[in-house]
Design a protein. Sequence first.
Length: 320
Amino acid sequence: MAFGAALLPLHAPVAAQAAWPDKPITLVVPYSAGGPTDVVARMLAIPMGKSLGQTVIVENTVGAGGTIAPARVARAAPNGYTILIHHMGMATAPALYKKLSFDPLKDFEYIGQVLDVPMTLLSRKDFPANNFQELLTYVKANKDKVSLANAGIGAVSQLCGLLFANQIGVNLTTVPYKGAGPALNDLMGGQVDLLCDQTTQTAPVIKDGTRVKVFGVTTPTRLASMPSIPTLDEQGLKGFDVKVWHGVYAPKGTPPDVTAKLNVALRAALQDDAVKARIAELSSEIVPMDKVTPESLRTLLTSETAKWGKVIKASGVQAE
């Protein structure tokens, strides 16, 4: 009897670990509800939850250019119940911020890449220009009188706008918002002139055809879902290429069997027919399954951190 009792403590942790997950999982999003990353998170949450046998709750933790959310997840218990979805902001934060309370390369376990999202350059519906060449003429003539919205300091929309302004050689008046959703709403309402943002956010209003003007896409080739929209590259901004990648992360120290289950759930979600249809509808691309791996995300984050570090430091932009 005593021998059997002595074995119980050894078996108990194994049983508890095997039961994971036994409660809902929180998927933390660094940006506001309705924004591009939030759209992706909510697409994934239901099929991931189905695969895991637990509800996946999407929670928006907004602020500081998308750095509050990863800081929160980095500090969370490494048990798989708090995970993060983030875009390339994970790679740009080290160069943008002098002080970060987390290290993107050291404080997380990697679950896998998710999808790549092109961006589009838009204006309010009543903006004077009707095509890209007219846009360039107007912007160069009016310069800082033209307002360029973004989703906040450090957001991808800010970086896209920065590259656009640098490449055409003008300084525009930037208007940061607390998320892409509010920025797009004000663009449609005529409060700001321009916005560069992800197709997960902009595709529906572009296809609507009545609320904004679109001047180009940021990828080197046209989008299959919107083939009539030319690229910025083909219209004269040679080499202009901004595509937003996304990844899923867990706190450093999360057990390998838990990260493996999260990876299986992510892969299942990305192969869900409804998710694939929705992502195609939003002019985005699911990455190949051989990139939905921890190793692939780690490699991508490392290379992108180096790439954007050089771009941001050369521009002199700082978020603090």
